[in-house]
Design a protein around this ligand. Structure first.
Ligand SMILES: Nc1ncnc2c1ncn2[C@@H]1O[C@H](COP(=O)(O)OP(=O)(O)O)[C@@H](O)[C@H]1O
Ligand SMILES: [Mg+2]
Length: 242
C-alpha cells in the first residue's frame, strides 16, 4: 500500500510517518537529510552500497539509510537491493503474514521520480505486505503517476492556495477546506479506496498517541545512538484501517 503524508514544515510529518513505519515487522527508512530519529539496535548506513550489503541478509530487520552524498544513486542502489530481497522472500512473507515498511522522508528528490526499482516496489509488491510511506511538503512534490496509486493520504496543515487546489483534486473539497484550519500535529486521514457513500476521511487530533517517547533526543547517526525504546503501545491506527 502507498501512504502519502503532506503538510508544512514542523507540523509532525516525519514523526507520524515513523510511527506508521514502526508498526510493520521490518522497516527500511531512507532520508535525504538527517531527519530521522535513531533507534537503538537498528542498522544505519550512509551509502547505497552498505545498504545493499545489509539487505542481502535475509534476516535484516530495521535499516536506516542517510546518504552522505549522491542521494539519487544511493536511493536506486537501496531500492534495487530491497527489490531483490523482496523477490526472494515474497513466498515466506505471504505465508507468515509479515509486513514491511519502506519509508522515504522528504520524498521530492530526483531518485523517487527516476528509480526503476522504486517504481517496481510501488507497483509490484503485495499491497498488504509492503507499505510504502512517503512524506513531502506539498502534495505535488510527488509525480501524478505516483499520486494515482496512493491508498491513504495523511494531510497535515496546508495553507498555500495551489496546494489546496491539488488537495481538492486528490481528496475532495471537504479535506481541502479543513486542511488550512488544522493545528500543528493534527491531521486528516483520507482513504482513496473508501466505497461510495462512506465518508472517506477522518480528522485526528490525538497527537499524544503518536508522540515519540524520546522526542527530546537528537536525530543522530550511528556514532551516537540513543538509549530509549521509542516504540508505542497504542494500536488504534493500523496501517490498513478503513
Ligand atoms: N505527536 C507528537 N507529539 C510530540 N511532539 C511531536 C509530535 N510530532 C512531532 N513532534 C515534534 O515536533 C517537531 C517537528 O516534527 P517533525 O515530525 O520533524 O515535523 P515535520 O516532518 O513536519 O517537519 C519535532 O521536534 C518532533 O519531535
Ligand atoms: Mg520532516
Amino acid at each position: 500500500m502507498l501512504h502519502l503524508l503532506c503538510g508544512r514544515r514542523h507540523v509532525g510529518k516525519t514523526t507520524l510517518a515513523d510511527y506508521l513505519a514502526a508498526k510493520t515487522t521490518r522497516r527500511l527508512r531512507f532520508s535525504p537529510r538527517n531527519s530521522l530519529q535513531a533507534y537503538p539496535g537498528d542498522d544505519y548506513v550512509t551509502s547505497g552500497l552498505s545498504a545493499s550489503a545489509i539487505l542481502q541478509r535475509p534476516s535484516w530487520r530495521s535499516l536506516t539509510v542517510v546518504p552522505d552524498i549522491h542521494v539519487d544513486d544511493a536511493f536506486e542502489h537501496t531500492m534495487r537491493a530491497f527489490k531483490a530481497w523482496y523477490q526472494t522472500m515474497e513466498p515466506a512473507l505471504l505465508e507468515t503474514g509479515e509486513s514491511v515498511s519502506v519509508f522515504v522522508d522528504e520524498a521530492r528528490f530526483g531518485g523517487v521520480k527516476d528509480s526503476e526499482s522504486f517504481d517496481w516496489v510501488l507497483r509490484c509488491t503485495d499491497r498488504s505486505t509492503v507499505h510504502v510511506i512517503l512524506t513531502m511538503h506539498r502534495p505535488k512534490d510527488v509525480l501524478p503517476d505516483i499520486r494515482a496509486i496512493v491508498d491513504y493520504w495523511y494531510v497535515l496543515y496546508i495553507v498555500h492556495p495551489r496546494d489546496l487546489e491539488t488537495l481538492t483534486d486528490e481528496c475532495g473539497d471537504a479535506v481541502a477546506t479543513l486542511a488550512p484550519k488544522l493545528k500543528e500535529r493534527e491531521f486528516i486521514k483520507y482513504d482513496v479506496n473508501a466505497p461510495p457513500g462512506v465518508r472517506a476521511w477522518t480528522k485526528r487530533d490525538d497527537a499524544a498517541t503518536w508522540a515519540p517517547t524520546n522526542h527530546t533526543a537528537r536525530r543522530v547517526l550511528p556514532s551516537n545512538l540513543l538509549g530509549d525504546d521509542v516504540s508505542s503501545d497504542v494500536d488504534d491506527f493500523e496501517l490498513t484501517d478503513p
